[in-house]
Design a protein around this ligand. Structure first.
Ligand SMILES: Cc1ncc(COP(=O)(O)O)c(C=O)c1O
Length: 496
């Protein structure tokens, strides 16, 4: 940025608390006239300056590249910093802002809850039945069965596949622990198979090697909101007569070759945990399937194995979805498509910032897929350091997941060791999920992107390019996003 002349601006930055910092800042940006360090708040008010910015040392660089000019018009100072889009960067930016969503739809939610309270029907009523139909329709399948949580959904779906004690179930190690603990809850043995490093989802070649005579099912996770490459997995599973369970906890509404998650395997599970793209105000989940027979069995399983009132045909438990959560979810479901578009637009904008920076791997979206960005997860070296920088600047971020399942103490007895699943292990060290929610403001996004970019640029070289086997045919496409991103150079440079 061209240095400002003294006559161009009267105030550039104000540090009420520290005149010394003010002077240092003035020197740094090449402004020689006295800043307003000696002006007290009263004077600032008199001048009509409503918004004050305390320039911190580490923000010099940012300030230098940012135009927040203050004009002098007669005796009045027009302080335009507040109209600068980056002004929003001074307040904390959370990784997820559920309060913003509640501010937008709170009235509708309260009405829905009131409707249930007035009906006094709290379990297995109209709201749950309607939600089951609506979610099944969204997925393009015939049946939905509401459950108490995504974990309940997984346990029951696996049971409906005949999984029992002693069986083996193949699943990826790079997922939330619930995918594995649902298998363990049935006394079955989780058998892990590595992920593909560019999508973080299952890799068929890895699955094939793990099938034994004891394998009873395959659980495919659609991580972060991106569908796994299901067709080859389902085709392979058919040849082995194995059912495929989709763990779609993070991917409601995600697209795969013209179909939606939930319709891609034999049975699929959703979580409506509050932080999910479709989140309840408590725990909730759902199973969807095209099989009427399986759906009937699942309805029995979630309700103590009862085939009719007080008559149980097999051991089940209480895995039901309650009416208040169902009513809340029906409200939010009406907004889901719009929220999804906002997430996709944010993702496209993040990727526009990152795609030309070799040290950052943005999420990839293979041709024919629609990512719903439950998370916008980048990959960087020195991830923990970047996270500390973000935290210092009051920017939220999260690591999903720092410890792959095969290295969890829970599974120590299975005998896996570090190095068994290199892609999952490396991802666990390098992934970082940035702030992502429909209500994320452009200024907030720009601030996050700037801090991340700055960090990666200053740290220099990266080995991401050399290690990750990206194929040109798998370069990101954002068919539904507002701004298509440019090609990811880090990805394009590497051939399989
Ligand atoms: C991939 C995955 N599977 C399963 C679950 C379990 O869902 P819930 O927390 O609703 O039991 C979650 C969510 O937490 C998840 O992210």
């Amino acid at each position: 940025m061209a240095k400002l002349e003294a006559s161009d601006a009267v105030v550039f930055g104000i540090s009420i608390d520290s005149p010394a910092a003010n002077n240092a800042f003035a020197q740094k940006i090449g402004v020689t006239f006295p800043l307003l360090s000696d002006m007290n708040r009263k004077v600032l008010k008199e001048y009509g300056i409503l918004k004050m910015y305390n320039v911190q040392k580490e923000e010099y660089d940012w300030a230098q590249r940012t135009t927040f000019v203050v004009d002098k018009k007669g005796m009045r100072i027009v302080f335009r910093m507040s109209s600068n889009p980056l002004a929003a960067s001074f307040s904390p930016i959370p990784q997820l802002d559920l309060a913003a969503q509640y501010a937008a739809v709170g009235g509708e939610l309260r009405e829905a809850v009131e409707r249930v309270l007035s009906s006094q029907q709290f379990i297995l009523g109209r709201e749950g039945a309607a939600l089951e139909e609506e979610v099944a329709r969204l997925c393009g399948v015939a049946h939905g069965v509401g459950t108490g949580s995504g974990t309940d959904a997984l346990v029951m779906a696996l049971r409906s596949c005949g999984v029992a004690a002693g069986d083996e179930v193949i699943l990826p190690p790079f997922t939330f622990v619930a995918t594995g603990s649902a298998v363990s809850a049935l006394g079955a043995k989780p058998v892990f198979a590595d992920i593909h490093p560019n999508t973080y989802n299952f890799d068929l070649a890895q699955i094939e090697r793990r099938v034994t005579s004891r394998t009873r099912a395959i659980v495919v996770v659609h991580l972060y909101g991106l569908a796994a490459d299901m067709d080859p997995i389902v085709e392979f599973a058919r040849t082995k007569n194995l059912p495929v369970v989709e763990d779609s906890a993070q991917a409601i509404g995600a697209g795969y070759k013209g179909r939606r998650t939930g319709s891609l395997g034999d049975v699929a599970c959703f979580s409506f945990y509050p932080t999910k793209n479709l989140g309840a105000c408590g725990d909730a989940g759902m199973i969807v399937t095209n099989s009427a027979e399986r759906a009937a069995r699942l309805r029995t399983l979630r309700n103590h194995g009862q085939t009719e009132k007080y008559v149980s045909s097999e051991p089940g438990w209480n895995g039901r979805l309650d009416e208040i959560q169902a009513a809340i979810l029906r409200v939010k479901l009406r907004h889901l498509a719009e929220w999804q578009r906002a997430r996709q637009a944010h993702a496209a904008e993040y990727t526009r910032h990152f795609s030309q920076i070799p040290g950052i791997m943005p999420p990839l979206v293979p041709e024919g897929y629609e990512h719903v960005f439950h998370q916008y997860t980048i990959r960087v070296e020195e991830r923990d350091k970047l996270q500390r920088v973000l935290t210092d600047k009051k920017i939220g971020s999260a690591v999903y997941y720092p410890v792959p399942l095969h290295l969890q103490p829970l599974y120590a007895s299975l005998g896996y060791k570090a190095g068994d699943f290199p892609h999952a292990e490396r991802a666990a060290q390098e992934v970082l999920s940035l702030p992502m929610y429909p209500e994320l403001r452009p200024a907030q996004l720009a601030r996050v992107a700037e801090v991340v970019t700055e960090f990666v640029r200053t740290r220099g070289g990266s080995t991401l390019r050399e290690i990750l086997p990206f194929s040109k045919s798998r370069i990101a496409t954002y068919s539904n996003a507002a701004t298509p991103p440019r090609r990811c150079r880090a990805c394009a440079a590497v051939k399989i």
